[in-house]
Design a protein around this ligand. Structure first.
Ligand SMILES: C[S@@+](CC[C@H](N)C(=O)[O-])C[C@H]1O[C@@H](n2cnc3c(N)ncnc32)[C@H](O)[C@@H]1O
Length: 319
């Protein structure tokens, strides 16, 4: 079993999400190869962890890695939003961690077309049992839909040009491999863009992956449902890797932190504001220079953490 992913912001995650009493339950909503979970299980000997992942293959790695912890750790093959929506455990969690996106494993070892530098089948589904693959999206979406998703999810200013090149290519050859897609994107952009700081297909690949796995929709749902099932006094920590995710998390946390502003003489709250969380990270926690030097993919990580202070049902507009 070879581990290829370095967990990001490990010490910071530990500081914010460490248990504050014995026998607590942490749900690692994005267990991946199990790096964060291993850290918690090792440092806190009576903590229990349940780890979720939509990808069966990476979950097998975590299962092997965490075998020494026996029944202190459980595994669920599921999307995190579906799990928290239909929360199946008897006990509510004290801590929830979401470390969004994909793992180095996906780029390096999954063979599922996440990397623009590998010649693999263009799939990008975390759960390969169902849903549209990247191949379906690039070959079947109409040009405007493709351009819009590359613009929106990839923040790619050359989205129209790239979508048009994809549509021209697929008339001649079905686009079936990651390298084929990367090469055609590279050819479609101006020379100056071709040899920039990042590969010219980076943003488009990110956008297609986000669309394939409905990443933003799942995030919108999970923040509400995870907060809903969390115990009062429990903590939710979310690590994001791009601005769309971070914005969504920041706004949701800020909204949940709002207090009632009704005049005290009103018998009942009319403004719908009721403080559900305490935001523990006024600014997002980011990796140190040293961490970025050791692990380049950590450079865009941002951690935000809240503590739940009241029941969700106080927010009438959300139930
Ligand atoms: C960044 S990796 C997690 C790395 C892990 N924290 C570690 O330290 O090893 C994210 C993992 O979450 C999974 N994942 C992403 N979105 C998911 C979702 N909506 N539901 C369940 N799993 C998801 C991915 O398959 C991937 O394995």
């Amino acid at each position: 079993m070879e581990i290829v992913h370095y967990s990001v912001l490990k010490e910071e995650v530990c500081e914010y999400l460490k248990p504050d009493s014995p026998g607590q339950l942490l749900i690692d909503g994005t267990m991946g190869e199990g790096g964060h979970s291993e850290m918690f299980l090792t440092r806190f000997s009576d903590l229990k962890v349940i780890g979720l992942d939509a990808d069966r293959e990476i979950q097998q790695i975590a299962m092997k890695r965490l075998e020494p912890f026996g029944d202190r750790v459980g595994f669920r093959h599921t999307w995190f939003n579906e799990y928290f929506r239909d929360y199946p455990e008897e006990v509510k969690p004290d801590r929830v961690l979401l470390d969004l996106g994909i793992s180095v494993f996906h780029y390096e070892k999954s063979g599922a077309g996440f990397s623009f530098s590998k010649d693999e089948k263009l799939d990008m589904r975390l759960n390969r049992d169902a849903g549209l693959s990247a191949e379906d999206i690039v070959n079947d979406f109409d040009e405007k839909e493709l351009a819009d998703l590359i613009y929106e999810y990839g923040e790619e200013r050359l989205s129209r040009r790239i979508a048009s090149a994809i549509c021209r290519e697929r008339v001649v050859n079905r686009i079936t491999s990651s390298l084929q897609l990367a090469e055609l994107i590279k050819k479609s952009v101006p020379q100056s863009y071709r040899y920039g700081r990042i590969h010219p297909a980076t943003r488009s690949f990110q956008a297609i992956r986000i669309a394939v796995n409905s990443e933003l929709e799942r995030l919108d749902d999970v923040v509400k449902d995870a907060l809903n099932v969390l115990k009062i006094g429990g903590r939710l920590g979310i690590i994001t890797f791009h601005s769309l995710e971070d914005r969504a998390v920041k706004h949701f946390f800020r909204d949940m932190n709002k207090k009632c502003i009704c005049p005290p003489e009103l018998p009942r709250c009319k403004c719908g504001g009721a403080q559900i969380v305490n935001v523990l990270t006024r600014k997002p926690v980011i990796p140190t220079e040293e961490e970025v030097k050791l692990n380049a993919p950590s450079r865009s990580a941002k951690l935000r953490v809240v503590e739940k202070v009241a029941d969700f049902s106080l927010r009438k507009n959300l139930i």
